[in-house]
Each structure stands twice: as C-alpha cells, then as structure tokens.
Design a protein. Structure first.
Length: 138
C-alpha cells in the first residue's frame, strides 16, 4: 500500500471565491503513482471548504447568493465576532459547504460521476490558506 501527501496553497483575490481545483487533484494523483485507492481532499482552515459539484457559473452564483442571503457577512450579527473577529459567517458557511471530500481512485483516475469536479470554497480570503490532498492505495 502506498500513500502520498500534497498541499495546495491559496491566497484568493476576493473574500469569498469558489475555485475549481480538479486539475491540481488530478496532478497529485498522477504524481502519486496510485492506480486504485482513495483520494482525500480537505480544507485545512475553518473558514474554507472543499466540495464536489458541477462547474457551472450560474450554479456557483446560486451557491454564493444563497449563502450570503442566509448567512450574511454582518460582523454585528454573530456572538463569535465579540472576540474581535469579523468572520463568524465564514465559519458557518464552511459548515454548510463541508470540510472535505473523499473520491475513489480507479485505474489511475478520479472515479467521478457525470459533471463532478472538486472545488475549493473560500469564505474569509485574501490571506494564505491550504488544502491537503492525501492519496492511499496501490
């Protein structure tokens, strides 16, 4: 059994962004030499997310609009912000979008369903953050 670990680093231009990281995950899989196993991809920060969905701009706008409508960036609204922070909404958005994903690896490829892609969701950006890719298999 082999294992492989890689970190991706991001510093987004906006406070909130969704980035397709599928090519970077596929590159890590090729680098690993693993042909059958599992690939874990997870955000290593509590105000960021990794999730799987369709790479369609309208859908991404829908996600971001829904999150802002239901979990607005309003520093006066949340008790967490009484600590001097202003990112409570980002913590809650991360809970809704998820910490990470596990994808099966079959015949050296990510075993996706139709249209599936891996995304990094940033909810308190404009600073350096990382994503962990961990591959285990043969």
């Amino acid at each position: 059994m082999k294992n492989y670990r890689k970190e991706l680093w991001f510093n987004t231009r906006k406070r909130v962004e969704l980035l397709n990281i599928t090519p970077e995950v596929e590159l890590a899989l090729r680098e690993s030499g693993i042909s059958d196993g599992f690939c874990l991809v997870n955000a290593m920060h509590i105000t960021a997310s990794v999730f799987i969905n369709d790479d369609e701009a309208g859908l991404h706008d829908d996600f971001l609009q829904w999150l802002e409508r239901n979990i607005p960036h309003d520093p006066k609204r949340y008790r967490h912000n009484l600590t001097g922070e202003s990112n409570a909404d980002a913590h809650i958005k991360r809970q809704f979008m998820g910490r990470g994903v596990v994808v099966a690896v079959t015949d050296g490829k990510l075993d996706f369903g139709p249209w599936e892609q891996v995304f990094y969701g940033e909810f308190d950006g404009q600073r350096k953050k990382r994503v962990l890719i961990k591959l285990i298999g043969e």
